[in-house]
Design a protein around this ligand. Structure first.
Ligand code: 7TS
Length: 412
């Protein structure tokens, strides 16, 4: 049994201490965003009380302190995902910006007519739209790997879709709708053999499982602080040094230059070349505190804890004949995200009614409309777990579902 004790952990999260609509809060919308422990809130507050300045801009004490904080955060992220060099860590706004940066800087410059870009059909829109633009502009072909009946990408599909014309493969490690963990190790290995570069969207994986970018040998990897106990407005792009060094800047302006002439400019080395303008230092401070919090508990323990919650929840949900699970119903290679539909009740109605009982879930297309079309459903309801969730939250949710049915006049 993991040593993680969610009852104790809940006490670190002030937001969980309040009642929502008069009820105990069962927060089950962690794929959208996670809550912040007091340690993160205080780290941000302390920074603002003691060390706030514009990094790299001046020689005064506060600017120096802010620079130090920003550098420490970068070093923390480097260690967290085991990057080889600190300068391979670029701070962005979020996963969306990380993916756009690669598409515009790498895609627009290294993709040619007739090349192939391969995605999974389960991608979030932020990993589809930038590639649609690159494909249109460059006359490249955008292809999708489809899922089998158990929401998985088969080896056959990987080998059929990835060819020697494939120049980019971009795929989420964990689907934000289905909870499927895609076989990225296999995709990276095969993709490299075919000569492609591989981008992994780690928005839903990094917060929940250990990730080692060197071990994976992934070329680019993006994620968001706000899905791992950190603040909104700061994201991460990891890229292999030799790739980043050969890419042109994405945004241009202050702090990313070496020298500016009237008609030309030369650029700063990485990571600064990709960090134009004043950066989100308090976000970086919060991210560092969030990583320290996660490391204290251990990503392995968090992953095991969520596996136990998924097993518990799936067992209860599968016993209710009116629930349809959208996603893998076994425990192999899946994370703490469960999408479902309820016979004859719209997902938005489910979410709104559950909210009146203090249960926070998400409903909709989850920014994955191509997946919804593929599954031939307009929307799902979704629960998603994190380290502070416990079986009590799941019991509250299951009781809530029974109440939703009653609202619509169905028996239990
Ligand atoms: N990629 C995946 C796999 C995601 O789940 C999300 C956000 C993003 C990218 C974009 O992250 P952002 O921080 O740039 O917004 N997913 C969700 C979700 O499932 N519900 O709300 C946001």
């Amino acid at each position: 049994m993991p040593k993680l004790n969610p009852h104790q952990i809940k006490e670190d999260f002030p937001i969980l201490q309040q009642k929502i609509n008069g009820n105990r809060l069962a927060y089950l919308d962690n794929s959208a965003t996670t809550l912040k422990p007091i340690q993160v809130i205080e780290a941000i507050s302390d920074y603002n009380k003691k060390s706030h300045g514009n990094p790299h801009r001046g020689a005064h004490k506060l600017s120096v302190l802010a620079t130090e904080e920003y550098d420490l955060a970068r070093k923390k992220v480097k260690e967290f995902i085991n990057a080889k060099h600190s300068e391979e860590i670029i701070f962005t706004k979020n996963t969306t910006e990380s993916l756009n940066l690669i598409a515009y800087s790498y895609g627009m410059n290294f993709i040619n007519e007739g090349d192939e870009i391969v995605l999974a059909i389960s991608e979030h829109h932020s990993n589809i739209l930038p590639w649609q633009r690159v494909a249109k502009e460059k006359k490249a072909n955008l292809k999708y790997m489809y899922l089998n009946a158990n929401s998985r990408i088969s080896e056959k599909e990987i080998k059929e879709k990835i060819t020697t014309r494939t120049k980019i493969i971009s795929i989420a490690q964990m689907s934000n709708v289905l909870g499927t963990i895609h076989p990225i190790e296999q995709i990276i290995e095969y993709g490299h053999k075919m000569g492609a570069i591989i981008i992994v969207d780690g928005a839903q994986s990094v917060p929940h499982m250990p990730v080692d970018v060197q071990d994976l040998d992934v070329d680019f990897f993006g994620f968001s602080a706000h899905k791992m106990l950190g603040p909104m407005g700061i994201g991460i792009l990891y890229g292999k040094k030799e790739l980043l060094e050969n890419m042109p800047p994405y945004l241009t302006g202050g702090d990313m230059i070496e020298y500016v002439y009237e008609q030309e400019a030369t650029f700063a080395p990485i990571p600064y070349k990709f960090e134009a303008g004043t950066q989100n230092v308090e976000g970086a401070v919060g991210l560092r505190a969030a990583i320290e919090y996660l490391e204290n508990i251990g990503l392995n323990n968090i992953q095991k804890h969520e596996e136990i919650l998924v097993e518990y929840a799936l067992d209860k949900m599968l016993k209710l004949p009116y629930i349809d699970i959208q996603g893998p119903i076994d425990l192999y290679m899946r994370g703490g995200i469960i999408s479902f539909t309820l016979e004859d009740i719209h997902p938005h109605d489910i979410a709104s009614i559950l909210d009146t009982y203090g249960i926070a879930i998400r409903a909709g297309h989850h920014c994955a409309q191509p997946l919804m079309n593929y599954l031939k459903i307009p929307a799902t309801s979704r629960i998603s777990f994190y380290l502070y969730n416990n079986t009590e939250d799941i019991d509250q949710f299951i009781e809530g579902i029974k109440k939703v049915r009653k609202w619509f006049g169905y028996g239990s």
